[in-house]
Design a protein around this ligand. Structure first.
Ligand SMILES: [Zn+2]
Length: 348
C-alpha cells in the first residue's frame, strides 16, 4: 500500500484568464487595475506576475493570482515539496538544507508550518470518507523522550490513516470513548484488532463485527502449545496437533471440534500448589478458542475483511521509522502530522 504517487501542483508565471466573480459581491464585470510583480519562493520561479482587478459593481480591487500561487510567499508546489521532504525522512533542518541547494531559502519553522498545513488538508479530505472495515491497534511512541500509549485507526479498504488518539488500548472505556464517534461518523461495520479483551468488549458494545488478527492468535497459541508439549501427558499430544491444524485451516466447524475435544479431556482438580495442571490449561485453551472461533473467521463471509491486521501494523511501522529518524517526536502535533502524512506511504 506504500505506492509513491507524487502530484505536485502546477505553478504558472502569469495568467490571462480573468477572474470568474468578485470575491466580495459576486459581480462578474471587472476592469484591469494594473499589475504587480510578486516575489515567490519556488523551485523554478523567483517571481510571478499578478494582475489587479476592480469590480464594477462594488469597486473592490483585488489580486487575481495565477495557478499554484496565492497570498503566501511560497508557491503551492513548494509547500508540498517541503512537506514531501519531511515525509521522505528529512528533519526540519534537513529540508532547509536540501532546498538551499536549489537556491530556495526557507526557515525550519516554515517547514514545520508547511508540513502541518499538508497534514490538515489530508485529514480534512478524509474526514467524511466512509470506512467499512477499520483496523485498530495500539503502540507506544516516544514523545519528548517519554513513551506514550497511542491508538491508531486505519481504513483497511484503502490503507489510509483515519485517526490517532492518546488512548491506552488496554482500557476498554477509553477505547470505546475514542472509537464510538469514529464508528458512527464513518459508518464502520467491521473492526480488525488483536486479541485484547478491551477490543472484544468494545466490539460487542458498539455491535460491530470483529475480526481478530490471526497473526496474533497464531503467535500466542503457538507459544502456549509449545509449553504444553513439554508438560501434557503423551496420550493427549494429538490434541495439540489438532489445535495447530485447526488454526492453520480455520474451518467453519472449528468451534464444534474444539468443544468436542474439550469434553473428552477429564476435568481435574487444581494442583496442590494452586497452579493449574497441564490438562486444565489445555482444557482452558480449547474452550477459549472454541468460544472465540467466530471472531477468527469473519473474513470468510464478510467482503473485504482481511484475516490479519497487517495494514494497520504497516502504518505503525512507518510511524516508528519516522520516529527513529527524528529521534522521537518532539510534540503531539509532530506525531499527529507524521500519522497523517506518512501513514499511508507517499500517496498524495
Ligand atoms: Zn464586487
Amino acid at each position: 500500500m506504500s505506492i509513491v504517487i507524487l502530484r505536485l501542483p502546477d505553478v504558472k508565471r502569469k495568467t490571462e484568464i480573468r477572474p470568474q466573480e468578485c470575491p466580495k459581491c459576486g459581480g462578474e464585470i471587472f476592469q484591469r487595475w494594473g499589475k504587480v510583480r510578486k516575489p515567490v519562493r519556488d523551485n523554478r520561479y523567483r517571481s510571478v506576475q499578478v494582475y489587479r482587478y476592480r469590480c464594477c459593481s462594488c469597486r473592490l480591487t483585488f489580486r487575481h493570482y495565477p495557478e499554484g500561487v496565492d497570498r503566501a510567499d511560497q508557491t503551492q508546489r513548494l509547500r508540498k515539496l517541503v512537506a514531501l521532504g519531511w515525509v521522505l525522512g528529512m528533519s526540519l533542518r534537513g529540508v532547509v538544507t536540501f532546498l538551499s541547494a536549489f537556491g530556495v531559502t526557507v526557515s525550519h519553522m516554515t517547514v514545520w508550518r508547511d508540513m502541518q498545513e499538508q497534514a490538515k488538508m489530508l485529514e480534512k479530505r478524509r474526514r467524511w470518507q466512509p470506512v467499512r472495515v477499520l483496523g485498530v491497534d495500539g503502540v507506544y511512541l516516544s514523545e519528548k523522550g517519554k513513551k506514550r500509549p497511542v491508538l491508531i485507526a486505519v481504513d483497511l479498504g484503502n490503507g489510509q490513516p483515519v485517526a490517532i488518539g492518546k488512548v491506552d488500548e488496554s482500557n476498554p472505556q477509553a477505547v470505546r470513548r475514542w472509537l464510538e464517534p469514529l464508528v458512527k461518523r464513518l459508518g464502520v461495520s467491521v473492526i480488525v484488532t488483536d486479541d485484547l479483551l478491551s477490543y472484544r468488549v468494545v466490539a460487542e458494545k458498539l455491535e460491530l463485527e470483529h475480526q481478530v488478527c490471526q497473526f496474533h492468535v497464531r503467535r500466542w497459541v503457538g507459544r502456549t502449545l509449545s509449553e504444553l508439549r513439554e508438560t501434557v501427558p503423551k496420550d493427549w499430544l494429538w490434541v495439540l496437533d489438532d489445535v495447530k491444524h485447526l488454526l492453520e485451516e480455520l474451518p467453519p466447524e472449528g468451534s464444534t471440534r474444539l468443544f468436542e475435544m474439550w469434553k473428552q479431556i477429564p476435568e481435574r482438580q487444581v494442583g496442590q500448589s494452586g497452579s493449574r495442571s497441564p490438562l486444565v490449561q489445555l482444557r482452558h485453551l480449547l474452550i477459549r478458542l472454541s468460544e472465540r472461533w467466530h471472531k477468527y473467521r469473519v473474513f470468510a463471509w464478510q467482503e473485504e475483511v482481511p484475516w490479519t491486521n497487517n495494514g494497520t501494523e504497516q502504518t505503525i511501522g512507518r510511524m516508528k521509522v519516522r520516529s527513529r529518524t527524528v529521534r522521537g517526536y518532539k510534540s503531539w502535533q509532530g506525531m499527529w502530522a507524521a500519522f497523517q502524512l506518512t501513514g499511508s506511504g507517499v500517496s498524495w
